[in-house]
Ligand binder design. Structure first.
Ligand SMILES: *[C@@H]1O[C@H](CO)[C@@H](O)[C@H](O)[C@H]1NC(C)=O
Ligand SMILES: *[C@@H]1O[C@H](CO)[C@@H](O)[C@H](O)[C@H]1NC(C)=O
Length: 113
């Protein structure tokens, strides 16, 4: 049997490939998730005053976490203002593993650099 490229089949096939890659691999890249979880554990915050950080949960894609926006699986935007975060941002902070970060809002916290 000779190959015949039928447009509807090609379309169907690419739909299946796209759906599979989204549902199996998720959106968030592993190193990005690890860095965010690292931040959550390196910072102190008051869970009763936190509206975003406190809800970060590994059961869900980290790009869907509150205060996080991604582009192609990389965290590009982090908004954690007024989350009652305290502590220090050291040179070894997980923050600096977020290489693609273009917007960072940590206003109204008690962080020192
Ligand atoms: C910060 O959060 C507190 C409670 O968590 C709220 O009362 C206050 O209005 C918030 N401030 C800003 C600037 O959003
Ligand atoms: C994360 O979400 C799952 C599924 O909704 C839930 O069972 C689990 O308790 C959550 N974990 C935390 C730490 O909130």
């Amino acid at each position: 049997m000779a190959f015949s490229y039928s447009l509807p089949y090609l379309f169907l096939f690419s739909m299946i490939v796209m759906t599979t890659s989204v549902s199996v691999h998720g959106q968030c890249l592993e190193d990005q998730e690890a860095a965010l979880l690292g931040l959550k554990s390196e910072w102190k915050f008051d869970p009763s005053h936190s509206k975003k950080l406190v809800h970060w949960n590994q059961s869900y894609d980290c790009c869907s976490w509150d205060g996080v926006k991604c582009f192609h699986g990389h965290v590009i935007w982090l908004d954690l203002s007024n989350e009652s975060i305290s502590g220090e941002i050291s040179i070894s902070s997980n923050l600096f593993s977020l290489d693609y970060l273009t917007k960072l809002d940590l206003n109204s916290n008690s962080l020192v650099a």
